[in-house]
Design a protein around this ligand. Structure first.
Ligand code: SF4
Ligand code: SF4
Length: 171
C-alpha cells in the first residue's frame, strides 16, 4: 500500500477499532450474535474515498486474492458473497462497528440481535459514533489532498462502481 499519510492514519484508526472489538468480545461474547453468515445488515452502498482506496489497493496488490468482484444482483452489498464478506480484512469502518453498542443522537444503539438478555452495558464498551465519524471524515479530507486518481475524487464511492473499477483495472 502506498505510503500516504492519510492511509497510515486510516490504518491506525482501523487498528483502534479492532482493539475495541477484541475488548468488547472478550467481555460480552455471549451477548453478541454477530457472526459469519449473519448478513442481513450487509446492505452498504457507498463509502468514503479513503476507504474505497484501501479496498482497491488491497485487491490490486494481491493482498485480497479471494475477493469476488462479480455483481451479486441481490440488491445487497456487492462484496457479500455466499453469506460472507469477500473483503473482510479491509471492510469499511461502518462494517467494523455495525451492531455493536454505539452512542449516537443522544442514545445508545445496537443491533436488536445483540444484548438480548442484558439490561445494561458498561459505558467503557460503548463507542462514540460521532467522534469516530469525525475522525474518519478528517482522514478522508487529508486523503482528498493526497489522492491523484480521478475515480476517487468524489464525496462518496458507490461500492458497485468500485468493483467495476477494479475489474477494469485488472483487464
Ligand atoms: S449487526 Fe445484527 S444482523 Fe448484522 S451481523 Fe451483527 S447480529 Fe447479524
Ligand atoms: S463490505 Fe463486507 S461487511 Fe461490509 S456490507 Fe459489504 S459484505 Fe458486509
Amino acid at each position: 500500500m502506498p505510503q500516504l499519510k492519510s492511509i497510515e492514519l486510516y490504518l491506525r484508526l482501523i487498528e483502534k477499532i479492532d482493539q475495541y472489538e477484541s475488548k468488547l468480545l472478550k467481555k460480552y461474547s455471549s451477548d453478541i450474535a454477530c457472526c459469519k453468515g449473519c448478513d442481513s445488515c450487509c446492505i452498504l452502498e457507498s463509502v468514503f474515498p479513503v476507504e474505497a482506496y484501501v479496498i482497491y489497493e488491497s485487491i490490486r496488490s494481491g493482498a485480497l486474492i479471494s475477493a469476488d468482484l462479480s455483481q451479486n444482483g441481490s440488491g445487497r452489498c456487492v462484496f457479500l458473497k455466499g453469506g460472507s464478506c469477500s473483503i473482510y480484512k479491509v471492510r469499511p469502518v461502518i462494517c467494523r462497528t455495525h451492531g455493536y453498542p454505539v452512542y449516537v443522537d443522544g442514545r445508545v444503539d445496537f443491533c436488536p440481535e445483540n444484548f438480548k438478555e442484558r439490561n445494561s452495558i458498561d459505558s467503557e464498551y460503548i463507542l462514540n459514533l460521532e467522534n469516530l465519524n469525525n475522525s474518519l471524515a478528517s482522514i478522508n479530507l487529508i486523503f482528498s489532498g493526497e489522492n491523484s486518481i480521478d475515480f476517487f475524487k468524489r464525496e462518496r464511492i458507490p461500492l458497485k462502481e468500485l468493483a467495476e473499477f477494479v475489474i477494469n483495472k485488472e483487464k
